[in-house]
Design a protein around this ligand. Structure first.
Ligand code: NAD
Length: 344
């Protein structure tokens, strides 16, 4: 029998990523969508061939009894919907970031564990072949002792013009919790998720509250409540320094940068596309040089989740990692707000 899937939050990501992926798998069937507004939710269901639409999640769970749930609401509502889905006995794929506080992410992890259910977060970059090739090389010691890592999640003119992305209460913050979180996950995953010891950050709101138009649409500058850029130094167990740059809007030359560089004492590496380089006897040497980054990471992340729900032993971005990354995000915001370093 097919596993029944329900979508909570019928917006852009649900329609572009979750629904199209589930439709490729004959082992599952999307039975319902839950949204905030009935008319829009019904239209979503109609466009995507989904039989039932709801505005009340409890009503949906009781009527449909799904096995699998995708939570694709704005960040603030991830926690309540994930907990509800777990309490109704469902495996959950939750969009990133896991939640808006570390306490919430810890509780989500605990409830999933107590109920022996799968809780996965959509950190899809770590599913790129590039990331897994590099992770293997790092484990084999090809880079030596990695002591500096630079993670960049930058948009030059990319304040989102849709959804709740500039609303601090709904999202928990700006580019750090929305974009930076992706490259932090990719960096930490390659390093084996080492413990974070201390963070220092500075954030700015210089453009989003002044302009109203960008490459990602229009917004009301009076409602722009989040940072538009944030820069952080993260000290990891063992002495490695992870440097983070993230922005929705920043006057840089490139329109967008989503990448991580790893500097070891034997070699250096870049993640997208994966490349490894060093020097030998005075000559610059390329060890690995993939020409293009894996474009299928979104599908691979969804595939891993569905496979795991069907009993396969595969890697997903799990509840424990979701908690660790929220601790880090929270510490970066605290440091930027207080103007001092924060020890975890
Ligand atoms: N993995 C990625 O790269 C990626 C990309 C974009 C967005 N996202 C994440 O996906 C989530 C949604 O982003 P989006 O761009 O789809 O936003 P969106 O605004 O297009 O969609 C959100 C949907 O949730 C609905 N909603 C709001 N509150 C709700 C509630 N309490 N219960 C049920 N439905 C509710 C809204 O009506 C809307 O339809 C965010 O957490 C975002 O960070 C992830």
């Amino acid at each position: 029998m097919k596993k029944k899937v329900a979508i909570i939050g019928g917006g852009q990501t649900a329609e572009k990523v979750h629904v199209p992926y589930y439709l490729t798998r004959e082992e599952v069937e999307i039975v319902a969508v839950v949204g905030r507004n009935m008319e829009r939710t019904k239209n979503f269901a109609l466009r995507n061939g989904i039989a039932s639409s709801y505005t009340d999640a409890d009503e949906m769970f009781q009527a449909e009894q799904p096995d699998i749930v995708s939570v694709c609401t704005p960040n603030r509502y991830h926690y309540e919907n994930v907990i509800k889905a777990l309490e109704y006995g469902c495996h959950v794929m939750c969009e990133k970031p896991p939640a808006i506080s570390a306490v919430e992410a810890k509780h989500m992890y605990e409830v999933a564990n107590e109920n022996n259910l799968i809780l996965a977060y959509n950190f899809h970059h770590r599913f790129a072949d590039d990331v897994n090739i590099l992770r293997k090389k790092v484990t084999e010691g090809v880079l030596g002792d990695i002591y500096v890592v630079k993670a960049k999640a930058l948009r030059r003119s990319g304040v989102p013009g849709w959804g709740d992305f500039i609303n601090k209460e709904a999202q928990g913050g700006g580019p750090l919790i929305d974009l930076g979180v992706h490259m932090l996950d990719a960096a930490l995953y390659v390093l084996g998720y080492p413990k974070v010891e201390k963070v220092t950050a500075k954030m700015f709101q210089k453009i989003g509250s002044k302009k109203s138009h960008g490459s990602f649409g229009e917004w009301d500058p009076k409602k722009f409540e989040v940072e538009d850029s944030l820069f952080g130094f993260i000290e990891l167990e063992g002495g490695c320094l992870l440097q983070l740059e993230t922005s929705f809007a920043l006057n840089i030359k490139e329109t967008s940068v989503m990448n991580v560089e790893f500097c070891g004492d034997e070699a250096g590496a870049t993640l997208f596309p994966a490349s490894i380089y060093t020097d030998q006897k005075g000559e610059l040497v390329t060890i690995l040089d993939r020409k293009t980054a894996d474009p299928d990471r979104l599908q691979k992340g969804m595939a891993a989740f569905v496979d795991k729900c069907l009993g396969k032993e595969v890697m997903v971005a799990n509840g424990r990692e979701g908690h660790l990354i929220l601790q880090l995000i929270e510490a970066l915001y605290q440091s930027a707000e207080k103007g001092e370093s924060v020890t975890i």
